[in-house]
Structure formats: C-alpha cells, structure tokens
Write a protein that binds this ligand. Structure first.
Ligand code: UDP
Length: 252
C-alpha cells in the first residue's frame, strides 16, 4: 500500500494530495484549539461532524451557484476538494455583535448590527490574525481591488444562504469566517469558497433560548462541544435516524 503525500497539517485538518491533479483530500481531525492554539483538546467525533456539516453547507452553496472547492465526501472524515491558492485572509461576516467586535468596539454581545459587516483578518498565527483594512490588503498585495469586491460579494451570498438555512432550523447565524481561494480556468482566475464551513467557524445561537451551538461552547467551557454540533446536525436532518428494528420478529 502506498503512503499518501501529506501536503499540510493544520490545527483541525490535514490536507493530502488528491487522486488527480488539482484535487486535495481534506481530513477532519478531532482536535479543537482556541485563542490562537493556547487552549487545546481532542473532542471525540468532532471531525466526523464537521466533515458532514461542511459537506452539507458547501454542497448547498454549489447548488445555488456560489462556487466552492467541495467536490464530494469520501468517507466519515475525508472529503475531496479542488486545490486552490488560498488568499491569506480570513473573511468574517457579522450579523449580530459577539466575540472580538464586542470587545473592540464595546458593543454588548447579542446586539443586532445595522447591516451585515464584512471584515478581513490577515492570516498569520505569529501576529494573532490581526484585523486589516482594504487599504492594507491592496497596499501589501494580498489581493487586488477586483478580488476584494469578489470576496465581499461571495461572503454576503454565503451569509444569505447560511442565515436562511439556519433560520429554517431555529438557529441564528451570528457570524462566521470563511477562507477564499483562487483557481485558474484557462486565461481566467476565479475566487471560490475554500477550507470549511462548520460550527468551528460560525457562531450559532438557538433562536428561542440563545443556547450556543458552536465553538464558543469549547472556548468558554459551556458544556460538551460534540453534543452542540450533533444538535446542529440533527436539526438539519443529517444524523442517521434511530431506525426501528426491522429484522425478524419473534412470533409467540
Ligand atoms: N473565527 C474562526 N477562526 C478564527 C477567528 C474567528 O473561525 O481564527 C470565527 C469565529 O468562530 C466567529 C467569527 O469568526 O464565528 C468571528 O470571530 P471573532 O472575530 O469574534 O473572534 P473570536 O471571538 O473568536 O476571537
């Protein structure tokens, strides 16, 4: 059996060379990290849940014409994706104030924002992923003006899709982070949604109770993270049903 070529190992995923050129296998680990990896744990089943949830979100986006890297899920922990050149920015969309925007601007968590706000963070662990402006992005050449416009448009479409999907199962999409990659199609380059979309990278609050169903459960020690993610998957109809026993019946 040949050993697969590992391309990259991150905090929550491993990337392996895919079966064809231009493809990558994305493996979801059970590891959870927060606060720039200062807090770490292994949460059994998290990788399986995120693989399935990210598949669901990305496949849905593909269906409505928002391009993503997702090709197909291969097994419980792996999915086949298109290789992209990752833009070194985390694109965050916020609908409701929480986390860093609440701290930075003194807005109470839970305050609805006047409109969705798109922010960019420069991906650099050593610097703690600092917030950057469009000026920085253009001046330092991390992306061009057209890329920026395309990234904002993509992020807002993802926001609309994800907000609607979540609303349908009684969950408020507070904010989320996506990563965007460049692909080359002949003479053209295009930007597509890459990485993952999962409760690791979203804030999800139950509409009725405000219960957190995302990685804040881990960051803030609010309970069992896998249970929270399972609840999201359950509501979306992604968990196998407890099928009633259909085997042979005992006849008295
Ligand atoms: N986020 C992420 N990865 C990061 C930073 C943030 O997925 O490295 C997500 C986070 O889960 C939340 C959104 O982006 O859904 C906004 O995060 P925020 O800026 O409030 O940062 P935090 O409170 O996590 O420090």
């Amino acid at each position: 059996m040949a050993r697969r070529k590992k391309l990259y190992e991150g905090k929550a995923k491993i990337l392996y060379e895919g079966p064809e050129p231009g493809t990558i296998i994305q493996y979801f680990k059970d590891d959870a990290t927060a606060f720039n990896a200062e807090k770490r744990a292994t949460i059994e089943g998290k990788g399986v849940l995120n693989n399935r949830l990210s598949e669901h979100f990305m496949a849905g986006l593909n269906t409505i014409g928002v391009p993503t890297h997702f090709i197909r899920r291969l097994n419980m922990r792996e999915q086949l994706v298109r290789a992209v050149e990752i833009i070194p920015l985390e694109v965050v969309v916020r609908n409701v104030a929480a986390g860093s925007i609440s701290k930075r601007l003194g807005i109470e968590e839970g305050t609805p924002l006047p409109r969705p706000i798109v922010e960019f963070y420069y991906k650099d662990d050593a610097l703690g992923d600092p917030l950057v402006s469009e000026e920085h992005i253009i001046a330092f050449g991390w992306a061009g003006q057209q890329d920026l416009d395309d990234m904002v448009a993509l992020a807002l479409r993802v926001n609309d899709f994800m907000s609607g999907l979540m609303l349908g199962v009684g969950i408020k999409l507070v904010d989320f982070k996506i990563e965007i990659g460049r692909v080359y199609d002949g003479d053209f380059t295009r930007l597509i949604v890459a990485d993952e979309i999962s409760p690791d990278s979203c804030r999800l609050w139950d509409i009725e109770t405000g219960q957190k169903l995302d990685k804040d459960v881990f960051r803030r020690d609010l309970g069992n993270l896998a249970d929270a993610y399972t609840e999201v998957a359950n509501r979306l109809g992604l968990m196998p049903k407890n099928v009633a026993h259909t085997g042979p019946k005992l006849v008295n």
